[in-house]
Design a protein around this ligand. Structure first.
Ligand code: G
Ligand code: G
Ligand code: MN
Ligand code: NA
Length: 252
């Protein structure tokens, strides 16, 4: 497969960069963190979006190498911000293939040590597809959490068994999938699922991030329902590290 070869070459040559999407406290509009999102800068084909290569990277297991690079890059950036007195959560997407890799825990440990990060400012975003049901994966997640790293459940609500994972996995944050935010409007029933998710999350003291906030109306409803944090085009699309800094304040 051609794209596979290109992907492999680009990983060797380092033809990727990370953009960061800011995440805000909805009540105060203060920045709380950023989500790192990988971008492929192909020398001839130009920018290729992740929807077009993450799956191939997973199928070919190239995601293990690429994901390791993403993690290191994100931690290096987070460390630079820490040194400037900018203490914000750095969220990094982790694929199922990475989590199932026996070396993953060691990779996380090494990156944190090498880069000198505060582990509690790193949050790994897992999706339900990651999780299957294996006890091994639960063990890895527990070990990662012992390092002080936070765990988020991404795209929450889209899978078959989202709710069962809340009990089985040690998680800190739920990220409500943007499909549930999309139709939030004055119709009460459209908010019912979000309201249910928030009710459970508040009871068991999970942090909740709403994804894909695009309109003021959605923000107003989310605030009313007690959602703490959010991200989306209403605030900012994914942007370069330097541009993120305009949202950051020194808090030592
Ligand atoms: O912003 P966007 O077009 O970048 O992302 C599209 C999809 O690609 C999202 O579902 C996102 O989770 C995924 N994605 C982006 N960056 C990464 C990454 O570094 N690792 C993994 N596994 N997925 C990513
Ligand atoms: O699956 P994950 O949550 O990691 O995906 C992040 C993806 O969502 C990226 O592709 C990002 O560009 C996209 N995204 C971020 N904010 C918005 C938004 O407000 N609306 C839409 N449609 N997509 C968004
Ligand atoms: Mn994500
Ligand atoms: Na998502």
């Amino acid at each position: 497969m051609v794209l596979e070869n290109e992907l492999s070459k680009s990983i060797e040559l380092g033809c990727f960069h990370l953009d960061y999407q800011p995440i805000f406290n909805l009540a105060t509009s203060n920045l709380t963190g950023v989500e790192a999102l990988v971008r492929w800068d192909h020398p001839d084909l130009g920018r290729i979006p992740p929807d077009q290569f993450i799956e191939i990277a997973e199928e070919t297991r190239l995601i293990i190498c690429l994901g390791k690079w993403v993690l290191r890059q994100a931690c290096r950036q987070a460390r630079k911000w820490e040194e400037k007195g900018y203490y914000y959560t750095m969220a990094v997407n982790v694929s199922a293939v990475q989590l199932a890799d026996p070396e993953f825990l060691m990779i996380v440990k090494n990156v944190l040590e090498d880069e000198g990060n505060n582990p509690s400012l790193l949050e790994l975003e897992l999706t339900e597809s990651v999780l299957g049901n294996q006890a091994e994966i639960l063990g890895v997640v527990e070990e990662i959490r012992k390092l002080g790293v936070k765990i988020a459940l991404d795209d929450f609500g889209t899978g078959y068994s989202s709710f069962s994972y809340i009990n089985e996995l040690p998680i800190d944050t739920l990220k409500i999938d943007r499909s549930f935010i999309h139709n939030l409007d004055a119709k009460v029933q459209n908010g019912a699922i979000v309201e249910a998710i928030l009710s459970i999350a508040n009871t068991i003291e999970l942090n909740v991030v709403a994804e894909g906030i695009e309109r003021q109306e959605q923000l107003t409803i989310l605030k009313k329902l007690g959602c703490q944090e959010g991200q989306g085009y209403f605030y900012s699309k994914p942007i370069e590290a330097e541009e993120c800094e305009k949202y950051m304040k020194i808090n030592r």
